[in-house]
Ligand binder design. Structure first.
Ligand SMILES: [Zn+2]
Length: 266
């Protein structure tokens, strides 16, 4: 994201308080927020995985702040996070070609990340979504159909997009996503309110290499290498040819680790 755009968004958020419901994370949210007829009963199955990617000891989530604006940095989300922590977030999958490559790369470097899943893709490739969880990565709800601009949708449609994706993710993985990322970073107070209503913390980013536009491996790497401790980095494993992203990360991950930065999932 452009810095000026980031500043503009933050200023927008400073304009007004948001009335938000109590943050409840867990199965209660899942059961209350799902359409009863979203998935035939035969396809449902109980949660079989333990909660994934628990915060490290001493890490205290601060959801209160996240109720008022999306989180741009680990500093906002977790003041007690290790000072050298950064978070890699990977959006728009699962994709049959790029997600396995991404998972292999992350495993090779022993990195845990956070995958923002599109419900439609989860419906098409449920086993890939499950593989992400089994590899120890965190999940984030990225709506059912990735409509843009998301913040212009009627509230009812926003809610349906979030709830349906949450159901698909839970059906495929047994996991209730505790984070939400709006498509294209398109936020509003209403978007944050609805995400909170469904027990999810809204997550934005502060490093955007615009890898979706295929600017070249070198530019993607340069952008990501400019990150500082506490950064939330954005990249993609869906939405098109992601070979540049994968190639850039092959360089970026070891170099950031060499600088003493530590990858954490949200
Ligand atoms: Zn996206």
């Amino acid at each position: 994201m452009e810095q000026s755009e980031l500043g503009r968004r933050r200023a927008l958020w400073a304009l007004g308080a948001v009335t938000l419901a109590t943050l409840v994370v867990g199965d209660a949210v899942r059961s209350s927020s799902r359409k009863p007829d979203a998935v035939p009963p035969a396809r449902r199955r109980p949660a079989v995985h333990p909660p994934v990617a628990l915060p490290p000891p001493g890490w205290t989530l601060s959801p209160l702040k996240a109720r008022h604006q999306p989180v741009h940095s680990l500093r906002d989300l977790a003041p007690a996070a290790p000072g050298n922590a950064i978070a890699l977030t990977i959006d728009d999958g699962p994709h049959p070609e790029w997600t396995p490559r991404m998972l292999d790369l992350l495993a090779e470097h022993d990195v845990r990340a956070t995958f923002s899943l599109i419900g439609l893709q989860v419906r098409r490739y449920p086993r890939l979504a499950d593989r992400i969880v089994r590899a120890g990565h965190q999940l984030c709800n990225h709506t059912m159909h990735h409509p843009i601009p998301f913040n212009r949708l009627p509230a009812r449609r926003m809610r349906a997009e979030i709830v349906e994706a949450q159901g698909r993710i839970a059906d495929a993985t047994g996991v209730t996503a505790k984070f939400f990322r709006s498509p294209g970073g398109s936020w509003s107070r209403q978007v944050v309110h609805i995400a909170d209503d469904h027990g999810m913390i809204p997550i934005d980013w502060d490093i955007d290499p615009r890898d979706w536009s295929r600017p070249g491996t070198r530019r993607i790497a340069q952008s990501m290498l400019a990150c500082r401790p506490g950064a939330i980095l954005l990249c993609h494993d869906g939405g098109g040819d992601r070979s540049e992203t994968i190639k850039a990360l092959r360089t970026v991950i070891p170099r950031l680790k060499h600088r003493g930065l530590s990858f954490v999932s949200l």
